[in-house]
Write a protein that binds this ligand. Structure first.
Ligand SMILES: Cc1cc2nc3c(=O)[nH]c(=O)nc-3n(C[C@H](O)[C@H](O)[C@H](O)COP(=O)(O)OP(=O)(O)OC[C@H]3O[C@@H](n4cnc5c(N)ncnc54)[C@H](O)[C@@H]3O)c2cc1C
Length: 286
């Protein structure tokens, strides 16, 4: 996905409101088609879906495991992975050697890699159910036992323990990353947080050792297309300015509008600004 800033995304999570969609299936252990542990971040790994649950009506969690994720350590609080999805439920016994994977790998999608556990080789991705696209379609039919291919984790965003003031801004695609960043903020830090989601039902908990001041921008109240409210946040930012660390994950035009405001008008420090386009209106990721 083209973006103005260096990517930074991820999330581990708790999901107090999780609603099961289907019972957890008996996962086939391990990856198929991959020879032995692949510990490089960018290496493709066949993953088997173990559970699908709805965190909210529009955010669906897919848990999975792969032997090739055993020993793979998290790299960033907002780490991302790219996924390659089969047209049906599986790339078949040939896995990475299959003709279908060879063709499908040109159509990658980027997601925040959550709950990565190097001991068990398990992790999760939380997908917005936006109703179209390769991943948007896959998430509606994915079931335990299905497989897909993942490369990651990747990401350079890091939290500096010396920084005490933050502004964090996300639309729903960046809620998983936001959740993890909040969880890893240093105790004693303060963060002004703005989140755009569809409606009240999309709110999730954002546990944090830091002091959070969270504003939920609901499209059901304020109107606008998906992702637009973030682009109009400038007049509502209270603490953005010199010395404040700012992280944004949102639709590309909204990111550009906010970034321009923060650098040209709010006096934010370019080195403390991480503004990432998570998706682009009207354009598929690849
Ligand atoms: C670093 C990073 C981390 C990300 N993490 C997550 C994550 O954890 N969860 C998540 O859901 N997404 C995440 N995204 C965003 C995700 O990669 C995009 O939304 C992607 O376009 C989805 O692929 P798709 O196949 O569903 O749609 P595409 O085929 O890429 O796009 C098809 C159409 O859908 C539109 N579209 C794409 N996404 C949305 C959306 N959310 N709402 C409305 N319209 C949309 C496009 O503009 C296009 O018109 C992340 C992106 C980046 C760069």
């Amino acid at each position: 996905m083209p973006r103005p800033g260096e990517p930074g995304t991820e999330a581990h999570s708790t999901s107090p409101t999780a609603r099961p969609v289907r019972p957890a299936g008996a996962a086939r252990a391990g990856a198929r088609g991959a020879a032995g542990p692949l510990r490089r971040s960018g290496a493709p790994r066949v993953c088997v879906v173990t559970e699908v649950i709805d965190l909210t009506p529009r955010l669906r969690r897919v848990r999975f495991r792969s032997d090739d994720l055993i020993g793979v350590e998290p790299v960033s609080p907002a780490q991302r992975a790219t996924i390659v999805l089969p047209a049906g439920g599986s790339f078949g016994p040939e896995g990475l050697d299959s003709a279908e994977y060879s063709a499908a790998r040109r159509t990658r999608r980027t997601y925040t890699l959550c709950d990565l556990d190097p001991r068990t080789g398990t992790a999760a991705i939380d997908l917005v159910r936006h109703g179209t696209g390769v991943a948007g379609t896959w998430v509606e039919r994915v079931r335990p036992g299905d497989d897909f291919v993942l490369s990651g984790p990747m990401g350079k965003f890091h939290l500096d323990p010396a920084q005490t003031h933050y502004v964090l801004i996300a639309d729903e695609t960046a809620v998983p990353a936001l959740r993890e960043i909040c969880a890893q903020l240093p105790a004693g830090a303060r963060a002004e947080v703005h989140v755009e989601v569809a409606d009240e039902a999309e709110r999730i908990d954002l546990p944090s050792p830091a002091e959070l001041d969270v504003t939920w921008w609901l499209r059901s109240e304020h109107g606008g297309e998906v992702g637009e409210l973030v682009g109009r946040l400038a007049p509502h930012l209270r603490t953005a300015g010199p010395g404040v660390t700012v992280w944004i994950g949102a639709e590309a035009d909204s990111v550009t509008a906010l970034r321009t405001h923060l650098l040209a008008e709010a006096g934010c420090d370019r080195r403390l600004l991480d503004a990432v386009a998570y998706w682009r209106r009207g354009r598929a990721e690849s």
